[in-house]
Ligand binder design. Sequence first.
Ligand SMILES: Nc1nc2c(ncn2[C@@H]2O[C@H](COP(=O)(O)OP(=O)(O)OP(=O)(O)O)[C@@H](O)[C@H]2O)c(=O)[nH]1
Ligand SMILES: [Mg+2]
Length: 288
Amino acid sequence: MANSKFEYVRNFEQPDNLLPNTWIVVRIDGRGFTKFANKYAFEKPNDRRALDLMNAAARQVVTELPDITIAYGVSDEYSFVFHKSCSLFERRASKLVSTIVSTFTAYYIHYWSTYFTETPLSPPLPSFDGRAVCYPSVQNLRDYMSWRQVDCHINNLYNTTFWALIQQGGMDALEAEKMLKGTYAADKNEILFSKFGINYNNEPEMNKKGSVIFRDYELVEPGTHNAAAEAENQAEPVQPSKSQADNERKRRAKARIVVEHFDIIKDEFWDRRPWLLSNKPGKIPKET
Ligand SMILES: Nc1nc2c(ncn2[C@@H]2O[C@H](COP(=O)(O)OP(=O)(O)OP(=O)(O)O)[C@@H](O)[C@H]2O)c(=O)[nH]1
Ligand SMILES: [Mg+2]
């Protein structure tokens, strides 16, 4: 290959590798979505169309990147988890983050008119930032996911009460804020019930729990698999044989990618779905 005197600039490209043998989480977040939500008159505190649109875009990201084992989203954010044994893009942070952000944003704009049928998008168009974080253990990864879901719960309970005080209680934002200052979850539940007859438990699951996306296989009996320990004991990615890799790719491609609103904090969710941590596709459920 011919060298040129310009080629030295290549040396300015520095590595940004992510630590091997760790779970990589890429979290994207809508830029300036407080303003964006106002511009398109999103319903407060939860706009069904906006959340469905986030889920539709995230589902496409999971479809196009089979190394993603699970994704979790709430409000204007989505976390995509790459299995610790994935060698995708040589685990370079900038490549990984830019791929996720651009794929997600492209689909968000593509699907906009499906969910917002009356209001076409106009500049400034929606955009997202992204970051990649490595988590060394299954416990760290599970705690990360739990952190996001607890955050969803705390914010949603607060926002539901806040907006009830305003929309149904006739308060202004300052009065509502003052009323909620220093209150606990039980107090907010009580305000919702006694003042507005709202039982928080009956609020939509998507608002209370956020959304989780994964490939769906046949559930296993809890206690029959130990995917977490197996993943933990793996020192480096096990390279499957070519035929094994082909087989896994085909099964993954066949799997249905589902959007659910499950509790991902409890063990049960993970125990019944060992493929999330083992990265080995499970059994495709029989057609019903
Ligand atoms: N009304 C309404 N607003 C939403 C909904 N989902 C997200 N948002 C808005 O999006 C914001 C997301 O929070 P942030 O990401 O912290 O705020 P941001 O304005 O996007 O700021 P940056 O992320 O720092 O750019 C919320 O505060 C809401 O204002 C929704 O369903 N309805
Ligand atoms: Mg944001």
